[in-house]
Write a protein that binds this ligand. Structure first.
Ligand SMILES: N[C@@H](CCC(=O)N[C@@H](CS)C(=O)NCC(=O)O)C(=O)O
Length: 221
């Protein structure tokens, strides 16, 4: 039986897994959990994932939450080769390092920018949160500047680190946040747009989130 992926297109973490699914050409049953309608709190879904987060993957007896773990699992279990999650120890260490950087630094700083607006009624993101996020973007830009024309882990092909971080970066761009001071990120995103399977779908979800965020800001101006 094909694995089931519970997802919501506006969610960057869902979109990163979708990019892995599309890149691997997997037959996956996609089930939308509409976060705007709070469908993640439906008892049926909470029974599957008590943390009520998307993405969630069900593959036979395995229930997997956490987008990065889902993507690496899909590559290891179903990938025809290891290019998305290289087995070479040093390259894999770089990919893992980037995935942890994404989870522990980029995402935490991103949440400090958007959650006050989305959840706490703030009129706009705070300058301190934007500055803190920009510092992390500078680190990301510096990583890319070490190997222009390559992907995040220094490979000539994308890895799950690119999928994970590009899915989030699309949202950053959709919110019209500034990127001009990070030209290597802009160039890398252009490469992702050109080469990642399903990137248009990813940008569509980011645009939907951008519209929702802009409407909230407008309503509080
Ligand atoms: N670290 C998790 C984060 C998942 C997450 O927070 N997803 C959000 C959507 S972007 C969600 O499902 N929120 C609904 C909720 O927490 O009730 C991952 O990477 O999968």
């Amino acid at each position: 039986m094909a694995p089931t992926l519970y997802y919501f297109l506006m969610s960057p973490y869902s979109r990163s897994v979708l990019l892995a699914v599309r890149t691997l050409g997997l037959d996956v049953e996609l089930k939308t959990i509409d976060l705007k309608k709070k469908e993640q709190l439906n008892p049926d879904f909470v029974a599957i994932n008590p943390q009520h987060t998307v993405p969630t993957l069900v593959d036979g007896d395995l229930v997997l939450t956490e987008s990065r773990a889902i993507s690496t699992y899909l590559v290891s279990r179903y990938g025809k080769d290891d290019s998305l999650y290289p087995k070479d120890v040093v390259t894999r260490a770089k990919v893992d390092g980037l995935l942890y950087f994404d989870c522990a630094t980029l995402c935490i700083r991103w949440r400090a920018v958007v959650h006050p607006v989305m959840k706490d009624g703030a009129a706009k993101p705070s300058e301190a949160a934007m500055k803190n996020l920009d510092e992390a973007l500078k680190w990301l830009n510096d990583i890319l500047a070490q190997h222009p024309d390559r992907y995040l882990a220094g490979t000539t092909h994308p890895t799950v680190a690119d999928l994970s971080i590009a899915a989030w970066a699309c949202t950053y761009v959709a919110l019209n946040f500034p990127l001009a001071q990070h030209p290597d990120i802009t160039r890398w995103l252009a490469r992702c747009r050109e080469n990642l399977v399903g990137f248009d779908e990813c940008e569509k979800g980011a645009a939907q989130f951008g519209e929702m965020f802009a409407a909230i800001l407008k309503s509080r101006a």
